[in-house]
Design a protein around this ligand. Structure first.
Ligand SMILES: C[S@@+](CC[C@H](N)C(=O)[O-])C[C@H]1O[C@@H](n2cnc3c(N)ncnc32)[C@H](O)[C@@H]1O
Length: 124
């Protein structure tokens, strides 16, 4: 069993790993939505899961470079995206700005989310 300080050290190094700006996460094989057919398949899955309630607000925890947040926003859902890595989130923000998608981004630790009321948010 690890002590609290050991766990916190491990957590810090994981966060550092995600903050490494040399990573090209969007270039990873199999990551993201790279074709129209993938977009359609994701869209179908999301519609089945969430229905067509476009007034629904969705919280994307660990959004990374935001592929799911962007997909959801394009489908008309209200999206809040959180990640603890500024590096990853900066890329997501740039993509959202370029696509003019009104996504709310917040740097937060998924284990200590500070939203006052989580109930209206569907977590994916
Ligand atoms: C494998 S990536 C997935 C990114 C995105 N959801 C996707 O599918 O492309 C994991 C992401 O979760 C974030 N993450 C990991 N642990 C986290 C935590 N405790 N709080 C917030 N974000 C976290 C990382 O910074 C990273 O951006």
């Amino acid at each position: 069993m690890k002590s609290d300080s050991q766990q916190s050290e491990i957590k810090s190094s994981i966060r550092e790993w995600w903050n490494d700006p040399s990573k090209d996460y969007d270039g990873f094989v199999g990551h993201g939505v790279n074709s129209e057919i993938e977009k359609e398949l994701w869209g179908n899955e999301i519609s089945q899961l969430l229905g067509h309630k476009q007034d629904l607000r969705v919280l994307d925890i660990g959004t990374g470079t935001g592929f799911l947040a962007l997909l959801l926003a394009r489908m008309g859902y209200g999206v809040t995206a959180v990640d603890w890595s500024m590096t990853m989130m900066q890329k997501a923000k740039e993509k959202a700005e370029a696509a003019q998608m009104p996504i709310r981004f917040e740097v937060q630790d998924a284990e200590k989310l500070t939203f006052p009321d989580m109930r209206p948010l569907m977590q994916l």
